[in-house]
Design a protein around this ligand. Structure first.
Ligand SMILES: [Zn+2]
Length: 289
């Protein structure tokens, strides 16, 4: 059984950097799939869910996310990192209701910052820009939110998880410039849903790569720091998108079986990178601290 053999590598943090759960979705069933495949920690990113009045949107979403993290920690021995923030597409939700998206989304970032200061959450995200073409005015507004979040994360010294369109070399350079303008370190910025070929680009922005089989096979083509993620969205009605919650530990088995340099890759994505981003304390269960 691959799942038992991967567990023998208990010096690694088998970490999924991007997972969304819903308490009335598969929730613990998804968590248990992850554990059964050998996973031992993940980043729980809030879902853009509706829990009541829009004016109270982020408090309701964050509280729900923290509640789920608490349940998972009490029922399992997983380390759960928590990322909170206003989802980029919330922009449309606020404009549709005649509300100012910048005002509410910045307040959402401020509230996430409070939870991080209180030690209840670890990172801000996923924030950013819509991943599909939109009007220039929406890109400008989204960039204003990104810069605001960068400044906030700089003050907190915490990671910022970005949701954007696919980035080419120019796109990364533009993002780097925004990063440098705000003074936050490039190593604090994580491009979620990065391509493995982005590792070949000359940029120090961190990359979190979807743990599909084809992506993992391409990871060795370029050298670079990376994390793996499923971007699992817990919605039983729409299948297993983006990929199933047990994919990262399953790809770990695949990497060990197929890639000659699996040990240096494991060192990167299952040890150095998670610790560099979220700190050793976030993995106390795994590191036996
Ligand atoms: Zn996501």
């Amino acid at each position: 059984m691959p799942s038992t053999s991967i567990k023998s590598h208990n010096n690694y943090i088998l970490f999924d950097n991007h997972m969304h759960l819903r308490q009335n979705g598969r929730f613990m069933e998804a968590v248990n799939m992850f554990i059964k495949a050998g996973g031992n920690s993940f980043n729980l990113v809030n879902l853009p869910e509706d829990f009541g009045p829009l004016s109270n949107r982020y408090e309701a979403i964050y509280e729900q996310t923290l509640k789920m993290a608490g349940i998972i920690r009490s029922e399992t021995s997983l380390d759960v990192v928590v990322t909170l923030g206003p989802y980029p597409m919330d922009y449309f939700l606020f404009t549709d209701h005649g509300m100012n998206p910048l005002e509410y989304m910045k307040a959402g970032i401020d509230l996430a910052a409070k939870y991080i200061l209180d030690g209840k959450a670890n990172a801000i995200g996923e924030i950013g820009r819509p991943h599909f073409p939109v009007a220039d005015s929406i890109i400008e507004a989204s960039d204003e939110i990104i810069s605001y979040a960068m400044l906030t994360c700089k003050d907190l010294n915490c990671p910022l998880i970005l949701h954007t369109e696919d980035l080419d070399s120019q796109g990364y350079k533009r993002l780097e410039k925004m990063t440098l303008d705000t003074g936050i370190g490039l190593d604090r910025i994580v491009k979620h849903h990065a391509s493995p070929l982005d590792l070949c680009l000359d940029t120090k922005i961190q990359k979190s790569i979807l743990a599909s089989r084809s992506n993992v096979r391409e990871i060795s083509k370029c050298k670079g720091k990376f994390l793996l993620e499923t971007d699992y969205v817990d919605d039983p009605a729409s299948g297993w998108k983006v990929i199933p919650p047990d994919s990262v530990p399953k790809r770990a088995v695949m990497m060990r079986e197929e890639l000659d340099d699996w040990e240096s890759l494991f060192d990167e994505c299952f040890l150095k990178e998670p610790i560099a981003l979220y700190g050793e304390d976030s993995f106390a269960e795994n590191l036996h601290l």
